[in-house]
Design a protein around this ligand. Structure first.
Ligand code: SAM
Length: 240
């Protein structure tokens, strides 16, 4: 049976403020104290970030473009976006994540402050769940967050993100078919994230249908796979 109400969300928030924060800060960081699996996930995730940056910059310069990074984690995407001159709003349900992202942005963006014409702009960081995000952005990006949403909540989440975006919405998620057995295996081998919080996989067709329902179509697709990390990336645009 699917969980109702805010159950999942509270568990996720708690996890990413405590043990999940420590675990993911390490995975998304650069230190050597990661095991083989964590190193593999780090590699896969960094490829997803690279793919996103490529998809976004292929369409033109990001200087002055407003981007909302929904569920920003430690700022792996918000920071490179700011480096390209994007005007970034980055939000996460976890206060610990947001504080870490802000700290890293301060450290990393200071360096590139010199010599960049017109940028970078320090991202605006906010502690809020993505349902509470409002405003309008040229581009909305939501990486590896849908895994925390059961299918029954995914459509509303996607619709909300689309309502914030004027031109582009990029979402990545663990695809249902390929990932399923693998995830089970990881869960058995490493009683870490998938047991602390439930992990939900999503069929690409379901994501596409949710986008279609609110008048968006998929323009580009990408897929990142390493041994322990699978992530489908889609870029959606208004259908008309
Ligand atoms: N997007 C980041 C990245 O790719 O580097 C972080 C991905 S991490 C696997 C998932 C993040 O989503 C966590 O930082 C978590 O706190 C956040 N999150 C989960 N549910 C959320 C929600 N309902 N609203 C906002 N953030 C959420």
């Amino acid at each position: 049976a699917e969980e109702v109400g805010g159950g999942d969300k509270e568990v996720v928030k708690d996890y990413f403020n405590k043990s999940g924060f420590e675990r993911w800060k390490k995975i998304y960081g650069e230190t050597d104290d990661v095991n083989r699996v964590q190193r593999d996930i780090r590699l896969g995730h960094s490829k997803t970030v690279e793919n996103v940056m490529k998809m976004l910059t292929d369409e033109g310069k990001l200087e002055g473009v407003t981007v909302c990074d929904a569920g920003c984690g430690t700022g792996c995407l918000a920071i490179p976006l700011a480096k390209e001159g994007a005007v970034v709003t980055a939000a996460d349900i976890s206060a610990a994540m947001v504080a870490e992202a802000e700290k890293q942005a301060r450290e990393q963006l200071q360096l590139s402050n010199r010599g960049f014409s017109g940028g970078p702009v320090m991202p605006k960081f906010e502690v809020k769940d993505l349902e509470s995000l409002d405003g309008k952005y040229d581009t909305v990006v939501c990486l590896d967050v849908l895994i925390h949403y059961p299918q029954s909540k995914a459509d509303a989440m996607i619709a909300h993100l689309a309502s914030l975006a004027e031109n582009r919405l990029l979402i990545s998620f663990a695809p249902k078919t390929l990932y399923y057995d693998l995830l089970k295996r990881i869960g058995e081998l490493f009683p870490g994230p998938s047991k602390a919080t439930r992990a939900y996989l999503h069929a690409e067709a379901d994501v596409e249908r949710a986008l279609k329902k609110v008048g968006w179509r998929i323009r580009k697709r990408g897929l990142t796979t390493t041994q322990f990390y699978f992530s489908r990336l889609v870029e959606a645009v208004p259908a008309k």
